[in-house]
Write a protein that binds this ligand. Sequence first.
Ligand code: ASP
Length: 425
Amino acid sequence: MKLHNQIFLAMALGALAGWLTSEGSQVFGVSLLAVYDTVGRLFINGLQMIVVPLITSAIISSLTGLGNGRDLGRLGGKTIAYYMSTTFVAIIIGLVISNLLTPGIIDGEPAGDRLGLAADTHEVLARVEGRGAGDFAGIILQLLPSNLLQAAVQGQLLGLIVFSLLFGYFLRNVEGSPGQALRDAIEGLYQTMVRITLFIIRFAPIGVFALIAATVTRTGFDAIEPLAWFFACVLLALAVHAFIVLPLAICVLGRRSPTWHLRAMTPAMLTAFSTASSAATLPLTMECVEKRSRVSKRIATFVLPLGSTVNMDGTALYECAAVLFIAQAYGLDLSLGMQALVVITALLTSIGVASIPAASLVAITLILGMVGLPAEAIGLILVTDRVLDMCRTAVNIWSDSVGAVLIARSEGEEAVLSQPPDHTV
Ligand code: ASP
């Protein structure tokens, strides 16, 4: 069976298992939920274990192979332009849908009182506030961490990426055998990481089964009900961006089939959905884009690691939709100026948000403070956060992969999606 079918099946079985399991279910005295959690965690750990060496070796080897500085400037310019413009479009879609469908207003009344705050609001807030990068200075400071290893340990990939870009850029100029030896060693490291990735991917169906089973056991399907309208609005906005805007870009700008690309990316998108972490999914994203959509290693290794932390369309859209929903639910009418502020802040914070589960909550509390709402208001949306996190993460990595395709096409790569994806992954 092909990998994406295996993962689909695992998701369905995981949802069924989660539905049949309650938080107290035990088999031979062992908690089933604990088993799901451990297996799921093992899979995520396996993927996260390779992220730091993969990102660094991929970016450095991509840069050393890029040729002259002008190539790098052109590629960097296109990449940033793509990231900024698609994120901006995503936020506007979130803004328009939230204003048109007003999910925070029920029967003409602000829905705040009916919904109530989630029970664990204070606990979540305490976690979120301790995570740092809660302001703009924090985000900018992440770009140049004083201690590289500490940034890597704390999963602040932005600093690591900037360092790798600098390293790769200057390694190109080191002449003679020291330079060549180091370039070869890093290329060897990258190829080893790719092989480890392929090995871990084989366990994706088991990991995905456990992650979905744990989420369904914990959240259940009923939990979504009170927030159904908000939930539906976010899903609609994400769907418009993922299934209309981005495919149109592949058709019009890339002149390739978005369906083929979607098929190529299915394993990565399902993994993003199950893990709710773009960083953990990165190894798979790179594999699918290179092997199945046939984007060159040169472009994939440059665009994707950067995209996994900088380009978060789904996250930015969600931040905007969540803040507007909370404002509506609190009966606060946000002026046009305020909404523009929300858009800009969502754009900037989505760059600094870590690519891990629930990371946008940090940014949302920041924006809530800016528009004059209490941080506790985030308690309104906690119940649905995990499931929507799964969806927005899939959109995040879908947008990264579309970026890789468009940039490769603009660089004249003919092989990209020139035939239906094969099934090497
Ligand atoms: N979980 C998202 C990601 O890793 C970030 C977020 O929106 O919370 O892409």
